[in-house]
Design a protein around this ligand. Sequence first.
Ligand SMILES: *Cc1c(COP(=O)(O)O)cnc(C)c1O
Length: 463
Amino acid sequence: MTEAEVTVDAEKVRKWDRHHVWHPFTPMTSHRREDPPIITEADGFELIDTDGRRYVDGISSLWCNVHGHRVPEIDAAVRRQLDRVAHTTLLGLASDVSAELAWRLVQIVPDGLNHVFYSDSGATAVEVALKMAYQYHRQKGGRPQQRDVFLCVGQAYHGDTIGSVSVGGIDLFHRVYRDMLFPTVTVPSPVALRVPENHTSESWVQHCHDEVRRVLREYRHRAAGFILEPLVQGAAGILVHPPGYLAFVREQCTRFGIPLIADEVAVGFGRTGRLFACEHEQVCPDILCLAKGISGGYLPLAATLTTSEIHDAFLGEPHEFRTFFHGHTYTGNPLGCAAALASLDLFESRRVLENVGVLERLLSERLADLRGHSHVAEVRQKGIMVGIELVQDREALTPFPAEVRLGHQVTLAARRRGVIIRPLGDVVVLMPAPAMPAGLVERLCDVVIESIDEAIDKIVDRN
Ligand SMILES: *Cc1c(COP(=O)(O)O)cnc(C)c1O
């Protein structure tokens, strides 16, 4: 195969981008000022810009890349599918690749999740889960019920559509839209870095468990479902839950008859060390949301899986109108499904989960020194998801002034050293791909440590 010969006029692209592209989650004024790299190609785990500069992809292209870029096996699978058909609908028709992928997913997810509803992003996978749970109660056998409230966890992130924002709790992202959202009930997030004054870390975690029990009991007749990110709350700053919390929530949801919705959009497909985070605590949710890594990070594809119990509440003759009235144009897109099948094959043939184990230890060793750093509040890690929280004062946990944009300064320093990262506020995030070679992860760690020091030195000098 010949290399694609593409010449890119960087100046022209820059102009088009400045004038016409509105970037997501991006303060556009500073974006235009900074002229970020224009990525035109990738090679393995590196991205290449218009100047031919190479950057280690330190955040897996926003948490989705699994095996690297331009992976021969996935490229070939997508090309083969292109030679057959790029897209057909699942509304009333079937396709071979979407059926095979559904079957494969059912084999690998926790037991009992037998039905796969496709969509195309994490947010839509969550929307599907919420509407599915809501309608289930109205149609379930025995005593159908109208249930009008979702239970969720503080500082949750489930995506940016209105339903997924409703069950989210990140004030900075979600506050503006408050009046557009449906009501929810929130239990506090069981993380113990900043606890209310009357609590110790231990008593706070205990309180969070107690709140789960109290809220589930109080809302047992009104709650349509309890949604959470298992083990790690990603967008909140890689907040890692204490062991046992997930299993506890499962047990309490079962006790009070409330469906558990596990949003594994970020943690799924190997990032916590197991294929799915729920496996760590032998938990089977009633509904499971998958996206990001499902296609190896290649194409927009998502899936919401559920039990026969929930699925069967939607069965009936057409005139009974028990149908799940939901679907997206590109639902179950064959190219995405072909990429996903190839990605699952690679998990096995390249023993990707073993590599995750190696990277997990390596990250923890390489970043160990940061734990004593005078401006690091915490280094949080689960599997290969890492959050390094930077603070001005380590004892009082006071943040740096927002206008300094320290997390962003670290990103810029890393970029100058050939590494792409993206922070969550002043939490520096490392999210290497599950299949990244150890040598590149070492470089990623070294560059991040240097970049943190450089960015902090500049601020401290200035003052
Ligand atoms: C990223 C993310 C989403 C949203 O996924 P999109 O594909 O960006 O819509 C939902 N839930 C979690 C836990 C996520 O990390």
